[in-house]
Design a protein around this ligand. Sequence first.
Ligand code: NDP
Ligand code: ZN
Length: 376
Amino acid sequence: MILSKRSTEPGINIFNGRNIMKAFAMLGIGKAGWIEKARPTCGPMDAIVRPLAVAPCTSDVHTVWEGAIGDRKDMILGHEATGEVVEVGSLVKDFKPGDRVLVPAITPDWNSLEAQAGYSMHSNGMLAGWKFSNFKDGVFAEYFHVNDADGNLALIPEGMDPVDAVMLSDMVPTGFHGVELADVKFGDEVLVIGIGPVGLMAVAGAALAGASYVYAVGSRKVCADAARAYGASEIIDYHNGPIAEQVMKLTNGQGVDRVVIAGGTVDTFAEAVAVLKPGGIIGNVNYLGSGDTVNIPRIAWGVGMGHKTIKGGLMPGGRLRMEMLAKMVTSGRLDLSPLVTHRFKGFDHMEEALMLMKDKPRDLIKPVVIIDPDLY
Ligand code: NDP
Ligand code: ZN
């Protein structure tokens, strides 16, 4: 059982020897493996969902191997899934068993004060809208629990592939949120640091938001090719010298208007500040898994007066966001299929898929594990 302030809520498993299901979990810092746990129970506003397809995330890697959110014992991993509703609570109005749904990684408490203030992802505490594989069990299980089903689920639109649609749980909303945080406007020159699946969605989002030039930082060819296809003008390999130097060269010493950070380390901020024009904005969505402080270079920050803004945010979740982003796909403006480079058939491949995310082989963007045999 997970010890958190939410441990008495419905959906937190209490092992009672009945209704046992199989799941893939964090066993402790540095350890992940298969466990058996009681099937979650459904509160009046909630849903119980069986996964159709799931994806491991780089955040699962930070959580398990870097201990980035602290220790967790037997916490089921995963927060990216599409699924089929198997049970709903008595107060759920818009979903019923059999519905096929998009499931956001972030499932806020919509009646919280933080949500009313516009920061639903921090509902009831910093980052506390991120419940799956953080405050409660995640989606790598035969069944998982969704709080506030009407507020947090969305129907998979007609014709959308439930496997590609897993990218709507986290990769699309996070990459696009980086673009929102950086407030990209028509004509902006934008630097996107990191072109894993999140950074690629930041490239796509920046292009859709009207960027004139998008400089994208990464080194693996599969990601560079996808970045070009999503709208990157130039690819910068961070192994070829400091990012800031390479950007200044490409921009004739002018720098960029906006930076989205979707990769790198605590030291990446110094490079981002160095290339940002006065008035520029950095939008960080990178999960800083290690390091104690972020250093801001004093001179490059205009000795504290450079009008250079740094913002960082957890992606917004919830139903409306899922529905809006799904329309970007059904309208043909956003193609999700290039993100999914590895497709595994069957839950038994969960560990293999997670280890791919940890090891990042050169041909990987994102693996998906297809759980429902009808989708093989
Ligand atoms: P990936 O690991 O797949 O991609 C990271 C990218 O950063 C790669 O392109 C990599 O290049 C590049 N990179 C690595 N090291 C450096 C460096 N030193 N300098 C510059 N670039 C570097 O990650 P994801 O795309 O899956 O996720 C990105 C981040 O977003 C993660 O930290 C993840 O946890 C976080 N995240 C945040 C969320 C939020 O809500 N804010 C939600 C989901 C994820 P290379 O080509 O060499 O591999
Ligand atoms: Zn994730």
